[in-house]
Design a binder for this molecule. Structure first.
Ligand code: MRU
Length: 367
């Protein structure tokens, strides 16, 4: 995707320096900073502190972390230690474990001498695959947006609501939920995006920045506004991302997604989830009962970061001194509230049969 006209991915390998570089998302949308990720501790910090974030991007970053571990010490013991060290950084997004498992399975059979080069090649592959998966999600989601546009007077925008940032910043490129939007915009379909603020980390500001860079009309709204907009017929569809989807199609995504799904259901607004296949956890079925929900620091809730009048990025406390904050970072939307899953292989029902029909190979492998 483009920033001031220049194409970027959200991470890239700097082959001259032999190092991974990332956009440090903690400072966006106010400051664009690129930083190298050099040590294993840097990798863990980058993921935990959300310098990189979003399920697919966390997975790709972890693969580069495994490549570093193999360059430092390609033994089985170090491979397992790197897996453990990186896997515990964020517990909900399954792409992290998916990428680490994939690396370990591919590298274990190799000789020690071959592991470092193979691990780096695999990390590049995982990053490239993510781009292609998201491009296809965009094409499949475009068909849905086209259908809605066809039912509206010519020139009237399709109004899409999204939650959090499931944009290109959350992936290697394109985004998941945003990919259909970018494809629709590029195809000349008029679109307007309602962007949920997404407290406490305000990922909606990232989405707004991305959409703005792409010239896509959008409005930043409070998290509580979506239900009201839906009641007044101002939302044609919802598209969100997902951090982990169960084999029966329960969707775990950024906290607040469930409330949007309830409001959409109550108002007959289609609620779609953009789902890359690495985000399916075939080992779990009941999302509410089985998916671990990350609990983050209270300070993310009691304090807010923003740009001050002097042009500095600063943090202020919004609560009285001594008030504690509760910070569950994700929630689960049961499959009955999901109209459809937009995957790289097509759109399916949020159900075990729907997912198994599109991904028979993965479903069988998981049995
Ligand atoms: O806590 P974050 O910012 O990593 O959460 C991100 C989300 O919840 C996204 O919606 C999800 O990872 C899908 S990203 C394509």
């Amino acid at each position: 995707m483009k920033i001031d006209g220049t194409h970027y991915r959200s991470l890239w390998w700097n082959s001259e320096k032999g190092v991974l570089e990332i956009i440090d998302q903690r400072w966006l949308p106010h400051d664009f900073r690129v930083i190298p990720v050099v040590t294993m501790q840097d990798f863990a910090d980058a993921i935990y502190q959300m310098r990189v974030r979003g399920a697919p991007l966390i997975g790709a970053t972890a693969a580069y972390g495994m490549a570093l571990a193999m360059a430092e010490d390609p033994s089985d013991g170090n491979m397992d230690a790197a897996w453990d060290f990186l896997e515990k950084t964020r517990p909900t997004a399954i792409n992290l474990r998916w990428a680490l498992d994939r690396c370990r399975a591919a590298l274990r059979p190799l000789s020690l001498a071959d592991r470092a080069a193979a691990a780096l090649t695999l990390a590049h592959e995982i990053a490239d695959e993510d781009v292609e998966i998201n491009r296809r999600i965009g094409e499949n989601g475009l068909a849905l947006i086209r259908e809605i546009a066809a039912g509206k007077p010519a020139g009237e925008p399709v109004r899409v609501l999204t939650h959090c940032n499931a944009g290109w910043l959350a992936t290697v490129d394109w985004g998941t939920a945003t990919s259909p939007m970018y494809h629709a915009h590029d195809a000349g379909l008029p679109l307007h995006v309602w962007v949920d603020e997404t407290r406490p980390r305000n990922q909606g500001a990232l989405t707004s920045w991305e959409l703005g860079q792409h010239g896509l009309p959008h409005t930043y709204i409070t998290d509580n506004a979506g239900g009201h907009l839906m009641q007044h017929g101002m939302v044609d569809m919802v598209i969100t991302g997902t951090d982990r989807t169960t084999r029966r199609g329960d969707v775990c995504n950024k906290i607040g997604t469930y409330l949007k799904a309830l409001a959409a259901h109550d108002n007959g607004v289609p609620f779609y989830v953009a789902l890359p296949s690495p985000t399916i956890d075939w080992s779990v079925s009941d999302g509410v009962a089985e998916i671990p929900i990350e609990e983050r620091e209270a300070q993310e809730v009691t304090h807010v970061q923003g740009l001050t009048d002097t042009g500095d990025i600063g943090t202020v406390r919004v609560t009285p001194d001594g008030t504690g904050g509760g910070n569950p970072a994700f929630d689960v939307t049961p499959n009955r509230l999901v109209t459809g899953l937009i995957t790289e292989r097509g759109v399916c029902d949020a159900s075990e049969s729907g997912l198994a029909a599109l991904f028979p190979d993965y479903a069988q492998a998981a049995e």
